[in-house]
Design a protein around this ligand. Structure first.
Ligand code: TYM
Length: 331
């Protein structure tokens, strides 16, 4: 059976980008067709300046939203990364497999470290080594497929390279995984700056739709989205990034190709109105389920405990095998 692993980092409130790029597919397709694990990757939330209480709060919120989005603990394994020691255990071996040059080439490291330096801050070493931990998340489970948005494909490529290298050096240990991105909305852009990704860790902005935004907040954000100076509704990411982004969001919500949708509009206003309503409609059931789950916090705790126990059981043999293969003595 195919094994699927993916995760979400509790560094902010989950956004429409997270949902359309990743989480919706996990719920609608992946959990039904594979042995699937979905993880709140809390260790990854420590790579930048963080507030411990906020990470704890966001970790529970992210897990609640995964269930609200439709992940069913009977169908898949939902858990928190730090509850399963195997991730950190394997990460070290992968740091011993990767080179520092490889890590420094990662786009997210380059961007975030440049921003930090500009602000006069130093960066944590873990920001550099983060992709080794992400590779460990994936490789520990013998993962075949990693459903992610476009921004994560470079990290998954690195996980592939490390798996191949480790296997060549020490004998076959890891399955070589591949990233799968959605055809539409693989990179949802910020509504106020359609040349940059809609990201949950950005400062609270008018261009980010959060999954728990009230309908009126969603409408306001979409109606104020930056469009382009032209007037024609065309699907052209390079020439009209703002309009293309709205068409992708609408296309993803309604299951229609963005290029085809463009033909049906002759004004930006009508496109925005339909996009806003489609997003409101898409989020409504998720928000209702979220409210019900929040009312029963014990349920989430039980789900996460069960998920961690199952994940531990799955990861342990592979991580133990990697420890033996690399030359560490059996205890
Ligand atoms: P994170 O938490 O930034 O994002 C979670 C998932 O949402 C996708 N995503 C988007 N997709 C489309 N448009 C956007 N604007 C957008 N923003 C986010 C991401 O691609 C991702 O699939 N490093 C990862 C978490 C991680 C992980 C893993 C993922 C850690 N270990 C192992 C897969 C497998 C991250 O920061 O995702």
């Amino acid at each position: 059976m195919t094994t699927i692993f993916s995760g979400v980092k509790p560094t902010g409130h989950l956004t429409l980008g997270n949902y359309l790029g990743a989480v919706r597919r996990w719920a609608e397709e992946d959990q039904h067709r594979a042995d699937a694990l979905f993880c709140v990757v809390d260790l990854h939330a420590l790579t930048m300046q963080h507030d411990p209480a906020r990470v704890r709060r966001l970790s529970r919120q992210a897990a609640t939203l995964l269930l609200a989005a439709g992940l069913d603990p009977e169908q898949c394994t939902v858990f928190v990364q730090s509850h399963v020691d195997e991730h950190a255990r394997l990460s070290y071996l992968l740091e011993c497999t990767a080179t520092d040059g490889e890590m420094r080439r990662m786009i997210q490291y380059k961007e975030k470290s440049a921003q930090a330096k500009e602000a006069g801050d130093s960066v944590r070493l873990s920001l550099l080594t983060y992709p080794a931990l992400m590779a460990a998340d994936i490789l520990a489970y013998g993962t075949d497929e990693v459903p992610v948005g476009e921004d994560q494909t470079q990290h998954v490529e690195l996980a592939r390279d490390l798996a191949v290298r480790f296997n060549q050096r020490y004998g076959h240990t890891f399955v070589v995984p591949k990233a799968t991105a959605p055809t539409v909305a693989a990179r949802v852009m910020d509504l106020q700056d359609p040349t940059s990704k809609m990201g949950k860790s950005h400062a609270e902005g008018a261009g980010i739709i959060y999954l728990l935004d009230e309908p009126d907040a969603v409408r306001k954000k979409v109606m104020r989205a930056v469009t382009d100076s032209g007037r024609d509704v065309v699907y052209d990411r390079a020439a009209s990034p703002g309009v293309a982004n709205l068409l992708e969001v609408l296309g993803s919500c309604t299951g229609q190709p963005p290029g085809k949708l463009a033909e049906g509009y002759d004004s930006y206003g009508a496109l925005k109105k339909d996009t806003a309503e489609a997003v409101v409609e898409l989020l409504h059931p998720l928000q209702e389920r979220h409210a019900a789950l929040v009312a029963d916090p014990g349920y989430l705790t039980t789900v996460l405990r069960g998920g961690a126990a199952r994940a531990r059981e799955m990861a342990r043999p592979t991580v133990d095998a990697a420890y033996r293969a690399i030359g560490l003595l059996e205890p």
